[in-house]
Design a binder for this molecule. Sequence first.
Ligand code: HEM
Length: 386
Amino acid sequence: MKTFIRKWLKERLDIDALDGAVKKQLEKPLPGYIGWFHTLGSMSLFLFISQVLTGMLLLVYYRPTMNEAFESIKYIMTTAYMGWLYRQIHAWGANLMVIVVFLHMLRTFVTGSFKKPRELTWSVGVILFVLTLVFGFTGYLLPWNQLAYWATTVGTEVAGAIPGIGEWMKTLMRGGQNVGGETLSRFFVIHVIALPWLLFFIVSLHLFLVRFQGIATLDRVGEEKEVKKDSGIPFFPHHVLKEGIVFFILLGVLITLSILLPFDLGEKADPLQTPYAIKPEWYFLSMYQVLKYFPKLTGIFLVSLAPLFLFLWAFIDRGRERHPLKRPFSIAFGILVMLSLIVMGTLGYLSETKREFFGKTYEFDIYGVPHQVIESHLSPSDHKET
Ligand code: HEM
C-alpha cells in the first residue's frame, strides 16, 4: 500500500526533492549544550494547538450573546459529553501558555540567543507573547460572568485613558459606551478568528526563522562555529524524543489541574452590581498595580513603554557575549525586571483583601500596604479572606 501511494505521488510530484528537504531538516545537528529548556518553544506550540482543538470543541455549544453565553458554558460544564474536561483544559491551557511562552522568552534572553543574526526572531517572538496576552484578555470575557465583565470594564477603561486615541480605542473595543453584547461579539470574533490565524502565520514565520538560522550556540556574536554532526545533537530522534516526553508531561499536567483545581464559572455578569476590588487576570496584575502608583498618564506611559522596550531589546543589548556568565549587567537587569514583576504582581494580588498572617489580621489597601486590624473590631465573618 505504502509503495503504491509513493509511486502514485512520484508520478505527479517531485517527492524526492521533498524527501531530501525533510531529511536535511531532520538530520540538522543542534548545538551540544542544548537540553530540556530548549523544549519550551515546542511546548508553546503544543499548548497553542491544544487551545485550538479544545476551542473548537467549545464552539460546538458556546453562544456569544449576552443572554446565552453564561448558560452555554454552564451547559458545557454540566451536560455536554466531556464538556467539563475540555473547558477546563482550555482554561488551564490559556494560563499555562502565558507561563510557558514567558519562560521560553526568558530562556532565549539568558542564553543570548536573541543577538545578531536572530534579532528578528526575538522581535517576532515578542509579538507572539503580546498576542498570547490578548488571547487571554479576549477569552476571559467570553463566559460572561461577573469577574470577566468587570475586569473587561476596567481593562478597556485603562485603554480609554491613553491621550489622543484612548476614547476612540475604548469605544472601538466596547462597541459602545459600556461593556455589553457588542463587546462580547467583538471579543468573540477576535478570539476565535482573528487571533488564531494571526498567531498561526506569525508562529510559522518564527519557526521558519529558527530553522533557517539554526539554534544559537553560546559563542560570541560573529564567532559562531558551525555545528558539526559528530559534536552536535541530531534533531531527530534525540531532540524530537525529548519534545515527545514534555508533550506527554504537559498533557498530564493539564488533565491533573483540570480535575484537581477546576475553574469556577462564578455568577452571571450583572452590569448593575459592581463587585468590590475588581482585578484583572494574574498576568496583568503587575501592570495594573504599577498604574495605581502613578498619575494616570505617567502610569500608562510607563506601562506601554515595557512592550516597546522588549520588542527592541535585541537591538538595544548589542554586546557580543552570549554566555550568561559573561553578561553580568544584562543578566542583573533581567533579574531586576523579574523581581519587580513578582513584587508588583504580589502587591496587586494582596491589595484590597483582608488576610491572616501569624494569627493577626491585616487589611491590604489599594497600594498593597498592610494595616493591622484590631481583633475586637471584627465580626466572625470578617475573618474570612475577601
Ligand atoms: C507562541 C509562541 C512561541 C512559539 C510557538 C515559539 C516556538 C519556538 C521554537 C519551537 C523554537 C526552537 C526551539 C526552542 O528554542 O525552544 C524557538 C526559538 C526561538 N524563539 Fe520562540 N516561540 C514563541 C514565542 C517566542 C517569544 C515570546 C520569544 C522572545 C521574545 C521567542 C524568541 C525565540 C528565539 C530568539 C529563538 C531562537 C533560539 C535559539 O536560537 O536558541 N519566541 N521558538
